[in-house]
Design a protein around this ligand. Sequence first.
Ligand code: J9T
Length: 243
Amino acid sequence: MRIDVITIFPGYLAPLREALLGRAIGAGLVDLAVHDLRSWTRDVHQAVDDSPYGGGPGMVMRPQVWGEALDAVLALDERPARIVVPTPAGRPFTQATAQAWTGEERLVFACGRYEGIDQRVVDDARRRDLPVDEVSIGDYVLVGGEVAVLVMVEAVVRLLPGVLGNPASAQQDSFSDGLLEGPAYTRPEVWRGLAVPEVLRSGNHAKIARWRRDRALERTAQRRPDLLAALPEDALDDADRAF
Ligand SMILES: COC(=O)c1ccnc(N)c1
């Protein structure tokens, strides 16, 4: 997978070259290219934004600069790309989105700042039949899209084959089965007077699986009843319902 990020703060994306993601890049599982949007400005001030039509606070990022930047970056590689615009006004980015994007050959992230990017940039890309997703990582506003890109790239790349040491851990993630993950424990057996639940030391794999499923159902019911309500009809078996 090739990932391109267009931003006025390239340094914000440096963490993508650390740790697990850095190793994925080193192993050739991911190609990452970060581009400074100001490279496509033509004026001495390298202006990337301007006042909003209709008035109002803040500044809007200029369509000319973004249009040239996206055209140039897309032309760097012939692989088909999905353009992603992080915005608080976007559709929710979820584990399902991350899973779906693992099938993409290329993702091009357009990081907006200020009050966002002139809408015609997205409209122009869409009318050229380029896939464009405007996505939000949660119901809150950031200063720029860069942090959202860090979140989304990590969520996607960790799912790519060969990235995680143990692929099973991606399968047992929270959300992978529609439920939140339950509590986890490691040594010592007792810590500050708190013992690891007995069942986890029983060696009885069926009982352990049941206990873990019950804890996941319990936590999901307590913290995210919306996820429980959204489960498909056949997702819960009789033992689950008995819980
Ligand atoms: C500027 O971008 C944001 O504020 C943003 C992007 C993606 N998700 C959000 N919740 C906010």
